[in-house]
Design a protein around this ligand. Structure first.
Ligand code: SF4
Length: 369
């Protein structure tokens, strides 16, 4: 794959494969977590988790894409449901000495980067993200080294090691103003790893960027034709789209936004029905924010699609009540980060947070991280 910069073709890296075998392994782990409960098992797991959280001075923070069970439990126990930056921020402010991060690995790492003094545990540290997998630190470093006059901007869905090599970290909620700001300083921009979000930012800002070719296995599968078909059945529905989706899907959107932005969009009193192109775990919060409204999953298997249930993130589905109990009982699955990498990765995250503070109120929404 090639990109062009200043009319010169640039060879983009060949990415590691996120193949079907890898996805099947994640789905198998998710299936074990979500196997039907025996009578009374769910209630007893919930009670045990509540007890262990208290005993271990721990707080549960869950991402919007985790199961209803986990989101509900986080709320009931004084934890939080949010995007990863908010999860990390909340963990920082909360007095608990242990953070239980229900989400995917880069979220646990972000929590640890911002909270080095706390113990950070995850229900399953093998839960990852295709964007993270497709942007290994060695390849990213090589690419940055090959383009030393570029400012590197990475999406939050990356490893601590990639963040440590980046100049800026951004979330989907803050990407546009940061890219505009960098362009106003005549900086040349290298963007990684999500190509759809990168192209969206490029289209919206008019800023040319060198874009890494990674993608999210969930959002990439949404199909414009299927969404058009659903819209015919629900002509009054608004189409809400996360910008990790392909351009032709974004083109159909009434609202393009980060996870938090899309939840906020459901508050519109004039709209009762929504077609939602993002991971359907978000429906838990959408229903809570806008009770009585209708939320429809945007088709991802539509015409030309390659799967029937691609809306779900297999790695998010690896988080469950069973693994949460095991982790609390054993203390396993702790996130650790080499201190030098942690300190380096904190710099571009801090840069983004300082930028956000100075650009209120535009940036109250920190995005799908
Ligand atoms: S939904 Fe996509 S971006 Fe989010 S964790 Fe899963 S693979 Fe990564």
């Amino acid at each position: 794959m090639t990109a062009h910069t200043e009319n010169q073709p640039v060879k983009l890296p060949t990415l590691p494969l996120v193949d079907q075998e890898l996805l099947d392994r994640a789905w198998a782990a998710a299936a074990r977590q979500n196997a039907e409960y025996a009578p009374g098992e769910r209630e007893s797991l919930r009670a045990r988790i509540k007890q262990l959280l208290q005993e271990q001075d721990a707080v549960l923070v869950a991402h919007y894409y985790t199961s209803d069970d986990l989101q509900q439990l986080a709320e009931e126990t004084g934890g939080m449901v949010a995007d990863s930056l908010e999860m990390a921020r909340f963990g920082h402010e909360h007095p608990a000495s242990t953070l239980i991060v229900a989400g995917v690995r880069f979220m646990g790492e972000t929590a640890k980067i911002l909270n080095p003094e706390k113990k950070v545990l995850m229900p399953d540290v093998e839960a990852t993200c295709s964007l993270d997998l497709e942007c290994p630190a060695e390849l990213f470093t090589e690419f940055c080294d090959a383009h030393p006059d570029y400012t590197s901007v990475v999406y939050a869905n990356t490893s601590a090691a990639v963040k440590a090599r980046a100049d800026w970290v951004v979330t989907s909620g803050i990407a546009l103003p940061i890219i505009k700001y960098l362009a106003s300083r005549d900086e040349k921009i290298l963007w990684a790893p999500d190509r759809h979000l990168g192209s969206y930012v490029q289209r919206e800002t008019g800023v040319e960027m060198l874009i890494w070719p990674g993608s999210c296995v969930v959002h990439e599968q949404f199909k414009a034709e299927g969404i058009r078909g659903l819209k015919k059945k629900y002509p009054y529905a608004q189409i809400l789209v996360h910008p990790e989706s392909p351009a032709e899907v974004i083109a159909l959107a009434d609202v393009v936004g980060s996870t938090t932005g899309l939840i906020t969009a459901t508050l519109n009193p004039a709209v009762q029905e929504f077609i939602v192109a993002t991971e359907p775990g978000i429906f838990y919060k959408m229903r809570q924010a806008s009770p009585g409204k209708t939320f429809l999953e945007a088709p991802s298997g539509g015409v030309g699609g390659s799967c029937e249930s691609c809306q779900r993130c297999p790695w998010m589905a690896m988080n469950g009540l069973r693994s949460l109990v095991q982790v609390l009982e054993s203390g396993a699955h702790e996130i650790t980060i080499d201190e030098e990498i942690r300190q380096k990765s904190l710099i571009p995250i801090q840069r983004m947070m300082d930028f956000a503070r100075n650009h209120q109120p535009v940036l109250k929404d920190s995005g799908n991280v």
